[in-house]
Write a protein that binds this ligand. Sequence first.
Ligand code: LLP
Length: 443
Amino acid sequence: MSRAKASREARPPAFWYREARKGWLRRKAGSVLCCDDVPVAQLAERFGTPLYVYSASTIVDRLRAFDNAFRTIAHSVCYSVKANSALGILRLISGLRCGFDVVSGGELERVLQVDKRAARKVVFSGVGKTKEEMRQALKAKILLFNVESESELWALAEVAATLKRVAPIALRVNPDVAAETHPYISTGLRKHKFGIPISEARSLYAWASGSRHLKVAGISVHIGSQITEVKPFRATMERVAELVQVLRQDGHQIEFVDAGGGLGICYEDSSAPEFSHHVVAYAEAVVRPLRGLKVHLLLEPGRSIVGPAGALLTSVLYKKKNDGRRFLVVDAAMNDLLRPSLYNAYHEIIPTTADSHATTGRENVDVVGPVCETGDFLARDRELPIVNEGDLLAILDAGAYGMSQSSNYNTRPRPAEVLVDGKSVKLIRRRESVTDLLRPESF
Ligand code: LLP
């Protein structure tokens, strides 16, 4: 069976086709793609395209399922802001009493903007924190610094000393566990830049505990992203659990284990298990090795919460044929959604209307944007229903690492973002204008 046929035509509950009727006899007129209860074509008409559309109820449901899967252990879900950092989405998530995982002063500022008190549930990860960022996070009184090198420990101790503060720390250990995912987003092997080798952890913890301005509080780990198998998570936590015991014997107070993020979603496989089941299997893999250790578990999911809750709407500008290859030139491009170009990632693309008689047929096309690079594609050699110029398409599973990885390449203003909740529609980011883009520049 071809890839296109194996995949689902829409992704309920966020995106689904609703039967539309026309005329006073309310005859069936095919179906229209909706986000929650709102036809996406209405959103495109109102806000233009390309347009990011998110389903609030889907984010809430997924977050609840995630949280619920870990109910057997003391835990906090710290949503990974990098996946989608829109203030409107952070506000929604902070309303569910979640914490946050940030990797820059900018992300921390976003979190503080939506909720000043959220700092006490913030963990700060990343291999290159600047002293300025450390200062900002210390002043905000965040929960935990996930430190990734010896030099960073020194820098943090120094900054904390000048502020007369004590920085709560976990060392991010590199467990040397392989996880099957794209090599750009795999992080848990010795050869990667992340964390410190687990074999060196003991001596660094000893050093850290000697500083009056550092407080050893936990261990952190993150082995990569878009990992759909749960085995590597279990293997990682087994190593971490061993380390918890060793460090406690050394006299350290290990209160937190931060398991990072990384749980993958199904971009194309219709036979994949329901999220609520998948997350339970994941939770079991993470929690079992920690049983009896009385730690507080921190979790940093990003993609699994917001990925399937978002779609990028785009209009077909032109159809063209070059040497037998068919192209749909659409108004979204690699600057709006980088994942296909950067990781050769698959995103399902569906039309926003489906003819109930399905008479249109299908054809193989490349869906490409207007950016001047051959690498600017959203799908290649994809079998799609035949569409016309002016038609609207939805690129699914674009809620994570879509807008947050967008750029202004080719001086293209970034799309607007809309958050739908049932019947209600909120513009959470207006479309950029070229004037916005030129403002910081001078000549
Ligand atoms: N925690 C840490 C320390 C991380 O580095 C990441 C992701 C997460 C949590 C969240 O992982 P998630 O649950 O979303 O898998 N741009 C790539 C993904 C990069 C992930 C980077 N780190 C993509 O579009 O696939």
